[in-house]
Write a protein that binds this ligand. Structure first.
Ligand code: ATP
Ligand code: MG
Length: 578
């Protein structure tokens, strides 16, 4: 492609709304175009890279035995009502009505549709294992669309679903997909870490997220360098402090603690360590229709943080069904007092106690009375929980739940997730098969998603410098850019054309920058759009010489035209598959 003919609009300035490198660079290179918040289109260069990612995914899915289909984005509400998710999914579900008032949604994911396909078409054990996938546009009305393609409201997902007769079959399908994901992200040039994950609104028993390591990522992961524990912080188990069985329980006492509204303040005032205190967190919950339906008081050791994912799992509600409570309203209903709430004497609310608190003795907690705390508070004798569960956040440096070594934290971008759904959807939507003895069983399902457009952004996040993107060859929009310094110089133009023709004949994808622009502009654009190989045709063209440079390296070399072609072809052939 000749750049003089290409629709290309690069920006020198950083667009206002863009905060992170991938968003800034994808806009500055003109690869994507914003329509409204969270809704983007793909321009020629962007679409080419997008297609490369799609093709890598398609090749690996096909090689894994999955079959491609394509379903509609519009889904009837009835299917979602059957699975129970019409209400459970929350405000991210993009609900629409047709002219007759019938409810539909724009699919945020397709479990219901794929379950509907197999309950129609699969009735015998002989038809499984079966894996179906699609690469298709999804809609989620995200509360905070941001970071360009990373969290958008319209995005492309590859979603695959597996159908098996039993759990062993599901385990096999899950492993096949897990391994395919490893290959896909490696081929895309991503440094990706699979971590254990929470199953969220999708449901099911077992899950891994594939996290592209990046400081701007929204996922926080915990991992151990001494064993292979790696999990999202949402999911990571946190080891309880050792129970203090041989410590004697002292009599509980009320003490005056004026103005000590925080854990640090009360610990300081009473000369205690924060590990000897109990922290309260107050919430209101909502039913599936969005009506307030109760209060929750959650208690963790004073130095811990409450993990919201674990809390909603313990309460068996969805994340959008809980919010911080208005302390005054909650106070009159339950007896809590802002800054001085403890588990003793609370009423009319669900009390959730972190799993380590029952083992700890003589703690300090709010007295539910202004400017007062209780000391020597003990579980069982002075308070109990309606729910006792691990609701605490695993912090950097805490002991690894597997081997005890101090854990590390890192940030990353979730580019894919695999789930064992089990029979959640096949039971609620009645997708059953008959075994050899004509006995009916629910189909065992797995689901496997990749954010295709988010992957594009994650690649840029991991492959850029101050001058622009540095595309890995496997996903670059073009492999080579020929920078023709002076298009009106005949020797230069002829040399550039020769390189262009020969590289194309060898199957290399080439851009020829024949625009009537200053050389400086051309070099800047070449660096910005990040084409892996640059061949500069300038003054020395009349002697058969050009300059050869890789975007990822600083060095330039002067080579003959033939050498430049040879080196480019060799590099592209070695790296184009990723
Ligand atoms: P997140 O936690 O980031 O909101 P999710 O866990 O809800 O994502 P899944 O339901 O697992 O997402 O969807 C599968 C994949 O789709 C994700 O791993 C991610 O790569 C991609 N994805 C999800 N939401 C978005 C979005 N708003 N914009 C772009 N890609 C997305
Ligand atoms: Mg996910």
């Amino acid at each position: 492609m000749k750049l003089s003919q290409m629709y290309l609009r690069t920006l020198r300035e950083v667009p206002n709304e863009a905060e992170i490198p991938s968003h800034i660079l994808l806009l500055r290179t003109g690869m994507i175009r914003k329509l409204v918040s969270g809704v983007y289109g793909f321009m020629p260069l962007g679409l080419r890279s997008y297609h490369k990612i799609e093709n890598i995914i398609r090749e690996e899915m096909d090689a894994s035995g999955a079959q491609e289909i394509h379903m509609s984005a519009i889904q009837p509400a009835e299917l979602w009502q059957e699975s129970g998710r019409w209400n459970a999914y929350g405000p991210e579900l993009w609900r629409i009505k047709d002219r007759n008032g019938r409810d539909f949604c724009l699919g945020p994911t397709h479990e219901e549709i794929f379950t509907d396909i197999v309950r129609d078409g699969v009735s015998s054990y002989r038809q499984m294992p079966l894996m179906l996938y699609q690469i298709q546009t999804k809609y989620r009305d995200e509360a905070r669309p941001r970071f360009g393609l990373i969290r958008s409201r319209e995005f492309v997902m590859k979603d695959c679903y597996s159908f098996d007769v039993d759990e062993e079959g599901l385990d096999r399908s899950y492993k096949i997909m897990y391994d395919a994901y490893d290959r896909i992200f490696r081929r895309c040039g991503l440094n990706c870490r699979p971590v254990e994950a929470d199953t969220g609104a999708i449901g099911g028993s077992n899950s891994h997220e594939f996290t592209a390591i990046s400081s701007v990522g929204e996922s926080e992961i915990a991992y151990c360098e001494h064993c292979d524990m790696a999990a999202t912080v949402e999911r990571a188990e946190c080891v309880d402090a050792a129970p203090q069985n041989d410590v004697e329980a002292l009599p509980m006492e009320e003490v005056e603690t004026p103005g000590t509204k925080t854990i640090e303040a009360v610990a300081d005032y009473l000369h205690l360590d924060t590990t000897q205190t109990i922290k309260a967190l107050l919430f209101v919950t909502y039913d599936e229709e969005g009506e307030e339906n109760g209060y929750v008081a959650a208690f963790v050791r004073g130095d811990r943080e409450c993990n919201m994912t674990k809390l909603v799992n313990a309460l068996d509600i969805a994340e959008h069904q809980i919010a911080f409570a208005d302390e005054e309203a909650m106070g009159s209903a339950t007896g809590c007092v802002g800054g001085f709430t403890g588990p003793v004497g609370l009423h009319d609310c669900t009390i959730v106690v972190d799993s380590e608190l029952p083992g700890l003795k003589n703690l300090c907690a709010g007295a539910c009375k202004k400017d007062h705390h209780l000391i020597n508070v003990n579980y069982g004798r002075d308070y109990t929980g309606d729910i006792v569960a691990d609701i605490k956040q695993l912090k950097e440096g805490d002991p690894c739940p597997v081997c005890g070594a101090p854990v590390k934290h890192a940030r990353g971008i979730e580019v894919g997730q695999v789930f064992k759904l089990g029979t959640k959807y096949s039971e609620s939507m009645h997708a059953y098969y008959a075994d050899e003895k004509q006995q009916e069983h629910p189909i065992q399902m797995g689901c496997y998603g990749i954010g295709v457009t988010r992957t594009l952004a994650a690649i840029v996040e991991q492959h850029h410098d101050d001058d622009g993107i540095i595309w890995p060859v496997s996903v670059a929009p073009y492999h080579v850019i020929i920078t023709l310094v002076k298009p009106q110089d005949e020797a230069q133009a002829a040399a550039a054309q020769k390189i262009y023709d020969e590289l194309q004949a060898a199957g290399v994808e080439v851009l020829l920058d024949d625009r009537k622009e200053r050389p400086g502009v051309k070099f800047k654009d070449a660096d910005l759009i990040g084409i892996p190989i640059r061949i500069t045709v300038g003054r020395l063209a009349s002697e058969g010489k050009v300059e050869y440079k890789l975007r990822r390296e600083q060095d330039k070399t002067e080579v003959t035209i033939e050498e430049a072609i040879e080196q480019a072809v060799a590099l592209v052939n070695a790296e184009r598959r990723g």
